[in-house]
Design a protein around this ligand. Structure first.
Ligand code: GLN
Length: 195
């Protein structure tokens, strides 16, 4: 399994480590040609507007969107979740716009910049240590997007077929159960393709 990490900005190395810890190969994605041969891609946390500028600059926005629309498994964390959303409640822009959900940026407000809390994630575990940093949450989902985690009544993780998104940062703890869930999604997808 070869999983790419979008490496234009943000928490890249931590994701590389988490992917490797789950037994998959991790590669850095900075240019269009790096998308070749990937079985999955992780879109890290960071700053979504900065990431968008860089995606445009290197010409990755459309090719990446197309790959994901054509079935490349994708996992967006925090800013990555914003990139995947079809709508951003407090922003006019749409970035990759592939998941049926409405994100709200910096949804926890500046006074609660970051926090960690154990939450249940459907299909993963009952007590995942979720690290939130200037995190977005999801206001609503539609279509076949499924809510897999909530915190305080807000949606904080969503799965839609081969796509996964979380408000929090699974790469910032040594608990790899959530990354492992994504690696399993990638394996399932490539098993289906080779059948
Ligand atoms: N607040 C950031 C944004 O809007 C996301 C924060 C993060 O990825 N830790 O893009």
């Amino acid at each position: 399994m070869k999983i790419g990490v979008l490496a234009l900005q943000g928490a890249v190395q931590e994701h590389i480590n988490a992917i490797k810890a789950c037994g998959a190969e991790a590669v850095i994605v900075k240019r269009v040609e790096h998308l070749d041969g990937l079985d999955g891609i992780v879109l890290p946390g960071g700053e979504s507007t900065a990431m968008r500028k860089l995606l445009d600059h290197v010409g990755l926005l459309e090719p990446l969107k197309e790959k994901i629309e054509n079935g490349l498994p994708a996992f967006g964390t925090c800013a990555g979740m914003i990139l995947l959303s079809k709508e951003i409640a407090n922003d006019d822009t749409v970035h990759l716009g592939v998941m049926d959900m409405v994100a709200e940026r910096n949804a926890y407000g500046r006074q609660v910049d970051s926090f960690e809390i154990n939450i249940p994630i459907k299909g993963v575990c009952e007590d995942y240590p979720a690290v939130f940093i200037r995190a977005p949450f999801i206001r609503s989902v539609s279509g076949d997007a499924e809510v897999i985690a909530e915190h305080d009544g807000n949606i904080v993780a969503v799965r839609q077929n081969h796509m996964l998104a979380a408000s929090f940062h699974p790469e910032l703890t040594n608990d790899y159960r959530f990354m492992n869930y994504f690696v399993e999604m990638v394996k399932e997808k490539s098993a289906n393709l080779s059948m």
